[in-house]
Design a protein around this ligand. Sequence first.
Ligand SMILES: [Zn+2]
Length: 194
Amino acid sequence: MSSKNEIRLALHELGSLSERLRDEIIWIMRVEFEPIVRDAGMVLRIIPAIHSRGDLNIDFDSKSPPGKVCRTVLGEDGTGEVWVRAHREMRVCGNANPLTGKRDRRRLLTYTALLGRALANCAIHELGHFIADLYHTSQTQNYMQTWGPPVNKRTLRTQREFWGGHQSFNAEQRQRLVTQLKKREWSGDPISFH
Ligand SMILES: [Zn+2]
């Protein structure tokens, strides 16, 4: 059981990831999410869970296969599922080079720091839906952004920046998160809909 002013964030299935990747994800999620929890007057406890559920839960699913190349989905909104294989397989997928007729299909998230950041970004995106029912936005470098750069702007650099770059919540989103955390009510949770 959580104490009254504690929010337990359980990160499930981290055991199938390398230790470095696991540490990277936990570190980023703490740095990014703790200040928001603190603004709500709460203490964040991150638990790399095996069986126990937290107040908030993210599942790092390493089993689900990636979707079609260039049309992949990275997680499932509202469920707290983050798909690791889809992230690992994400590719540049810009327009075909007019000279060669070929598309750049290099993988993007080939370093632990990039992959860790992208997985943490996706986890925080899902928390945004779950805690405060936040909508998607077209604001760049925002946790609730989605879709990525348009096809004609996709290069290794822009795609890495988009998915593996630093993101944040804007003031309004942050306020909504703080309000829900204070009440400990999750507006994206189907169980609490009424
Ligand atoms: Zn979403």
